[in-house]
Design a protein around this ligand. Structure first.
Ligand code: MN
Length: 719
């Protein structure tokens, strides 16, 4: 354990003005408060806050943060109160400790909604003072370092997953590279120990095979630079297993070479020297094409600056080199903490480097619930970035895969909502094209444009998705409202009643609605039937009309019977249908629960449900009045069996059909039909209908088939 004087010395080493007294008091306060409490490892509990404080001294954080680290678990786990802390350590510390505690409290919950809620609170808390996040990250790092003694494997998994999905990306966002990679690697060890062990074994092999290549290359680089009068501090650092793993995944390659496992770092004195060193290295060794990146003139949004390049070294081996000044290196290692000294208002989140934080908050405000929020942000934080420019030269950073629509929303919500086209590097390009590094993007707008549901399928930023969803939700409600009103009018008329808004107003309470629009929308969405509303308004209706309505009643009773939940009136798990119309599933595209679907009205046949990308929809493209918006209801779907169709190219060899039917059966699918479309000497082209639960199930079956060597091509049939 770090002793009291050691902690004080560590802080004073970088901040001679630190308040020694408050550090000492916090040390004693936390030690006493935790008393004889123990951790899962059997260590005294106090060792934990102490180590967290120790981690933060590595980042040279201010006294208030260190004191907060010492006290961060006292509110949750000991009798100490916020008043005690305020009285002894002042308002600032008490506010910080309270912020960290609030997060810890909900962290202990396990389900998805709670995790999302936790993340939401985290964003809110750190939007006020970034130090809350720094203490939380150090807390998480120490908990991950000491994860092993926790005996419940599910709990370990949950903590590791949360670390991978939430805390590591947050650490990256604020530029704390080392902390991020350690968090990732510790989580990786828990989540996928086999993969990590195989990478470690391979690393060991490459290390042995390359002998002492690292010191040799460091020496040669030093020689080359010194000969040109450049003084540089050079080192070679092995990458962490997780970062190797991720790279292997992203580029689907194995790792073979030194450049895949070691990054060399050249630290020089000034920005000018950075570029000079690059020139010297590039003239001494052949350059590996496509590896050069200049984050010095275009820093990453988290403030990271460095040159990256790749060359073929003295023995022809590929070498990856990062060149930067000592100051840039400090930012690379310490992230936001490196800006501390220069900033007024410690912990303030006003500066441009916190734009991402303000954007997260904006998403938070627009998402309808914490899960949706988590979905948006997770997506965004996981991806690598591309850097694009506005026509005025402003830099816009986006996740890779981003489209002009993402770009438009990143510029301004209004621009996104009204965008109709884009010019990339001066040429008109489709809105769904993927942007590339360095693209100059001009967005064309029109006042008449509104966000299209189609956009949701290719945008990748949470910000764009949240705006589009919000718009579509409002529009959807408008449609449900009109539909619901029409359904009620019809239901009333059928029974010979006059439909009035006033009558519906009388039953608001019974439907827990605050106004009549809520009832219309609810009927339109299929949550209530028109009949239900009518019967509530006129309780005598059924009795009075029983004799005349016999046929109708029977058919209604049967429908009710087959109804699971309240999502649909028709025994079909689809929301948004028009009452009284027959429903069919299209034989061309075989829609499955989970697919995005659309209903097409066909005279005499009712409504046919197609997947939104079915090719047969082209035939009705210019008859918008036949299209109705429908979606799968959320409940009552999974028990049904649906038929999905896949088309595949199969090797024409003995046993290959048996192989695929085995794979399908193993994945709980059932072949209901099989048709050979084409037969050549080497391949069969086959259509197979498979009974599955939903689209996710079919996707699993397809993935399993794709992995089989007898299958050359496989995809879902689309009309
Ligand atoms: Mn803790």
């Amino acid at each position: 354990m770090i002793r009291q004087f050691e902690l004080v010395e560590r802080v004073q080493a970088y901040d001679p003005t630190a308040d020694e007294d408050i550090l000492n008091r916090a040390y004693v306060f936390a030690m006493k408060a935790h008393g004889s409490q123990k951790r899962a490892s059997g260590d005294p509990y106090f060792s934990h806050p102490l180590e967290v404080a120790g981690i933060l001294t590595d980042y040279r954080l201010d006294g208030a943060s260190i004191v907060t680290a010492l006290l961060h678990d006292t509110l949750e786990d000991t009798p100490a109160t916020r008043d005690d802390i305020r009285a002894q350590f002042g308002e600032e510390v008490s506010r910080l400790v309270d912020g960290v505690t609030k997060l810890t409290r909900i962290e202990l919950q396990s389900d998805q909604a709670k995790q999302a809620e936790n993340f939401r609170k985290l964003v809110l808390a750190m939007s006020r003072d970034i130090r809350v996040l720094l203490v939380k990250l150090a807390d998480r790092l120490h908990n991950m370092r000491t994860l092993h003694p926790i005996s419940d494997p599910e709990k370990r998994q949950r903590i590791a997953l949360e670390t991978m999905e939430i805390y590591a990306p947050l650490a990256e966002r604020i530029g704390m590279e080392n902390l991020k990679s350690e968090l990732e690697d510790l989580a990786f060890a828990e989540l996928n120990p086999d993969a990590r062990n195989s990478i470690l074994a391979r690393l060991e092999f490459l290390r042995r095979q390359s002998g002492n290549a690292v010191p040799r290359i460091v020496g040669q680089l030093r020689e080359v630079l010194t000969a040109s009068g450049i003084k540089a501090d050079i080192s070679g650092r092995e990458k962490k297993p997780y970062s190797i793993w991720r790279k292997m995944h992203r580029k689907s390659v194995g790792f073979e070479q030194l450049s895949d496992i070691v990054a060399f770092r050249v630290l020089v004195d000034s920005v000018e020297e950075v570029y000079r060193a690059l020139g010297v290295i590039h003239s001494a060794y052949p350059v590996v094409p496509g590896r050069f990146k200049d984050y010095v003139s275009t820093p990453k949004p988290n403030g990271y600056r460095s040159l990256h390049t790749g060359v073929f070294g003295p023995k022809g081996e590929r070498i990856e080199i990062q060149i930067r000044t000592a100051e840039m290196h400090d930012v690379a290692e310490r992230g936001v903490a490196a800006h501390w000294d220069y900033k007024q208002g410690v912990g303030s989140t006003e500066g441009p480097e916190y734009r991402w934080l303000r954007e997260l908050l904006e998403i938070l405000e627009q998402a309808s619930g914490p899960e949706e929020f988590l979905e948006h942000t997770k997506l965004e934080m996981f991806q690598d970035q591309v850097f694009c420019f506005t026509p005025r030269g402003d830099l816009i950073a986006l996740p890779s895969g981003a489209t002009p629509i993402d770009f438009a929303y990143a510029v301004h919500s209004e621009v996104g909502d009204t965008c109709v086209g884009s010019k990339i590097n001066g040429r008109i390009r489709p809105l769904k094209v993927e942007l590339r590094n360095g693209d100059q993007v001009e967005i064309l707008t029109s006042k008449a444009q509104t966000p299209s549901p189609e956009w949701e399928r290719f945008v990748v930023t949470g910000r764009a998705r949240a705006r589009i969803r919000r718009f579509l939700r409002a529009k959807e409600r408008e449609q449900y409202l009109q539909l619901g009103r029409a359904i009620l009018q019809k239901a009333f008329k059928e029974e010979g009643y006059e439909f009035t808004e006033k009558a519906v107003e009388g039953v608001l309470k019974a439907f827990k609605a605050s106004n009549v629009d809520d009832i219309y929308a609810s009927v339109g969405a299929g949550n209530h039937t028109g009949r239900e509303v009518l019967e509530t308004v006129f309780p005598g209706v059924r009795k009075r009309r029983l004799g005349q309505e016999k046929v109708v009643s029977i058919s209604r009773a049967r429908t009710r019977h087959s109804d699971r939940g309240k999502d649909s009136e028709f025994g079909v798990p689809i929301v948004g249908l028009i009452p009284g119309m027959a429903v069919h599933f299209a034989g061309c595209c075989h829609p499955l629960p989970g697919d995005r679907i659309v209903g097409i009205i066909t005279t005499g046949r009712g409504v046919t449900i197609h997947t939104i990308d079915c090719s047969s929809l082209e035939a009705v493209a210019d008859e918008p009045e036949r299209w109705i918006d429908v979606s799968w209801s959320v409940s009552g779907v999974s028990a049904d069996i649906h038929v999905g169709r896949v088309s595949l190219m199969l090797l024409n060899e003995p046993g290959s059909l048996g192989t695929i039917s085995n794979i399908i059966a193993k994945n709980e699918g059932n072949i209901s039909n099989l048709k050979i479309v084409n037969r050549s000497p080497d391949f069969f082209e086959i259509l197979i209908d498979i009974e599955v639960r939903d689209v996710k199930h079919l996707t699993n079956v397809i993935a399993a088939l794709r992995a089989s060597p007898v299958i050359n091509e496989i995809e879902r049939a689309r009309g």
